[in-house]
Design a protein around this ligand. Structure first.
Ligand code: ZN
Ligand code: ZN
Length: 678
């Protein structure tokens, strides 16, 4: 019955976008904003939402906390998330008392709010919430988002919770209004909701309506697919039995300590506890996942071209085989079953560069992502897979008979039978049929008929993957000893890594390598085959899909960089990448707002048609980041750029004060020295 009514609601939503049928005998207004589509997608009493002044009450607390954080006063020991969850008035009065009036005013103004105005419209509240949520990934604002999540999980907004996804929000109650602001999914905000009722309470009345609206949104969209993120099960093969974390949700960067392994969570982290084991699932930006796969699968590569080819193959594999573990609730495991993903505290620059220089590029075949299987060594013969025309059985033209390619494994009938838990019907073992490539197809295992692939899998899982590296083997039986003598490593499908290295050593490019092993496919950022063109000046490399438009950008960037180098005394060789669309930029960086680029080390990423000031800002980040040795605090990284470019912000004020005290020269010297004094 419930399901049926939810479906009816969806039908009316889809037709009119009007939420009115939900609010029988109520007066108020509501707005639902879709961050992905960048527009309001549903409403109730829109004219009222735009014009009627209302008292917001406690829904402003997240903005108060933001002002406090931006003023540089926040310490983790304050337990702000809990105070926000319970809407603790005393706590927030203390925050306000500790701030200068100017801090509060400036803090509120950042979100388009006037601290002194007693009322605002629901639309003002939507705009402020939008500005707040677009900063969802900023680590220092994390206490705010954690608090809004906790408000729904156990605090004043808990009636806004729904089964389909995690909601985050804040309620407010005044003598004339019941208000709710919130968003979902909490981990990757897609929908914002602001809602007010003329009577009732925020927690008791507004929050349940929020739940109804979110339910209708998520009932129709069970898969909130974010192409920029991959969900990954860590320790899939061997989940830890002890862990430093309790079950729950944690932000990116949380330390994971199993007693045997320590790492920082590469993305938001979910910890569950089942059958005495901890299950860890993390949501990782796609490009970080690709880098981790290169650390697991291609760390021995010597050439840049083969690393780049692997980066595109690994990224395309992720796109093609996404949701491979969907029944277990994630996309990929972290083992060679999917791709061996290794997250490390010491990321290798050559591997990250291969990822960066091919960012967003996938291999396409007839409008779909290709099934980019790869393996270590073909043993001379490539294997086919299904009827994919780019995965045909044929001789590997680049394979060379090197000693490394050969392997042997000796064991005894008794030992093998007992480890594999098989009865010995006859003391025999042999290959009974082969593929045209020479790979064993079927075997006689002690009188049992067996598929060679299944046998190899069984040996791999129970004894070790290194024992039977491929199915290109001969078996000899002498007395009771069995010896496997073979060549090649892996299944032989798609790109062979040793051959790719050999091509790179002969100065072939990654494009040629991919064309050799996935013939007929093409590289592109999307199915229409947009691809990166690189433009160069003495200092800068710029990747674009629209060289004629972005030539101008490059010329200006070079001039800006020269000036910034003169200002700082630093040098850098930035790599700028201009995405073909705002969506492509968002998918690559996770940044939702309209004003920012993204810089990591010397790599600058920009949406198309960025303002000159944005480009200068990101170039200065690249210049500073290329010359930073220690890990400086976030406020300084941002504040120094803003102060030098005369932008206004709390960080800029702090950085300016530092410059006034020490002098720019000293600040930059400390920036460059290996132990951060900041
Ligand atoms: Zn897997
Ligand atoms: Zn910045």
């Amino acid at each position: 019955m419930l399901r049926f009514s939810a479906w009816i609601l969806f039908a009316s939503l889809a037709l009119s976008q009007d939420l009115k049928p939900l609010f029988i005998n109520r007066s108020g207004s509501a707005l639902v904003y879709d961050l992905k589509a960048s527009k309001t997608i549903a409403f109730w009493n829109q004219p009222r939402a735009n014009t009627l002044p209302l008292r917001p009450g406690s829904v402003l607390k997240p903005f108060t906390l933001a002002a406090f954080i931006e003023a540089g006063l926040y310490k983790a020991s304050l337990k702000a998330p809990e105070a926000l969850a319970y809407s603790n008035n005393e706590f927030f009065d203390q925050l306000i008392a500790r701030m200068e009036a100017a801090d509060l005013e400036r803090g509120y103004a950042r979100f388009g709010l006037n601290y002194r105005a007693p009322t605002l419209t629901l639309n003002d509240l939507l705009n402020a919430t939008k500005r707040l949520i677009t900063r969802h990934r900023e680590e220092r604002l994390r206490p705010i988002f954690a608090g809004m999540e906790e408000a729904v999980s156990y605090g004043t907004a808990r009636l806004a919770a729904i089964p389909a996804t995690t909601v985050a929000g804040k309620t407010g109650t005044t003598s004339t209004s019941a208000v709710f602001i919130g968003y979902a999914p909490a981990a990757q905000p897609r929908y914002l909701l602001v809602l007010h009722l003329d009577s009732g309470s925020g927690g008791g009345d507004a929050a349940p309506y929020a739940a109804k609206i979110f339910s209708s949104l998520f009932a129709t969209q069970p898969e909130t697919f974010d192409p920029s993120k991959v969900s990954l099960r860590l320790f899939w093969q061997n989940p830890p039995t002890s862990l430093n974390l309790k079950p729950g949700n944690y932000p990116e960067g949380t330390l994971i300590d199993t007693g045997l392994t320590k790492l920082k969570s590469p993305g938001t982290l979910k910890v569950e506890f089942k059958d005495n084991r901890y299950l860890l699932t993390t949501q990782v930006p796609l490009e970080d996942y690709v880098s981790a796969v290169l650390h697991g699968e291609a760390s021995g590569f010597k050439a840049n071209a083969s690393r780049q080819a692997m980066a595109i193959a690994a990224r395309t594999y992720a796109a093609h085989f996404r949701r491979r573990h969907s029944e277990e609730g994630f996309d990929f495991c972290d083992t060679t079953h999917c791709q061996d993903a290794r997250f490390t505290l010491n990321e290798r620059k050559d591997l990250r560069d291969a990822v960066e220089s091919t960012t967003s590029e996938l291999l396409w075949f007839e409008g779909k992502t290709a099934a980019t299987y790869y393996h270590a060594d073909s043993g001379g013969w490539l294997e086919s897979a299904g009827d994919a025309p780019y995965l045909k059985r044929r001789k590997d033209p680049w394979w060379q008979d090197q000693p490394d390619a050969h392997w042997t494994w000796s064991t005894s009938i008794a030992q093998l039978a007992s480890t594999l838990n098989l009865s010995v019907i006859k003391p025999t073992f042999g290959v009974t049929s082969r593929e045209p490539s020479g790979r064993a197809r079927s075997l006689d295992v002690f009188g049992h008929p067996a598929e060679a692939a299944a046998f190899r899998l069984l040996v791999g899982r129970t004894i070790g993957w290194e024992k039977l590296p491929s199915r290109l083997f001969e078996v000899s039986l002498k007395q009771k000893a069995i010896t496997f003598t073979g060549v090649g490593r892996g299944h032989g499908i798609g790109l062979p890594q040793t051959s790719a290295e050999r091509m790179a050593a002969k100065a072939k490019t990654h494009v040629e390598i991919l064309a050799e092993y996935y013939p007929g496919t093409r590289i592109g950022i999307n199915a229409s085959g947009l691809h990166w063109t690189s433009l160069k000046t003495p200092r800068i490399t710029l990747f674009t899909t629209n060289p004629s438009r972005d030539n101008q950008v490059l010329a200006q960037a070079e001039k800006d960089l020269v000036a910034l180098e003169a200002l700082t005394g630093f040098n850098a060789n930035p790599v700028i990448r201009i995405y073909p669309s705002r969506e492509a930029f968002r998918d690559a960086t996770g940044i939702l707002d309209r004003v920012h680029g993204a810089t990591r080390g010397r790599n600058v990423k920009l949406p198309p048609n960025s303002k000159p000031h944005t480009i200068r800002h990101e170039l200065l980040h690249a210049l500073l980041e290329s010359n930073a040795t220690a890990s400086h605090p976030q406020w300084l990284r941002e504040g120094l750029v803003q102060a030098l470019l005369k932008e206004k912000s709390a960080d800029a004020d702090r950085a300016s004060a530092l410059i006034a005290r020490q002098g720019l020269k000293q600040v930059l010297q400390s920036w460059h020295s290996s132990n951060s004094p900041f």
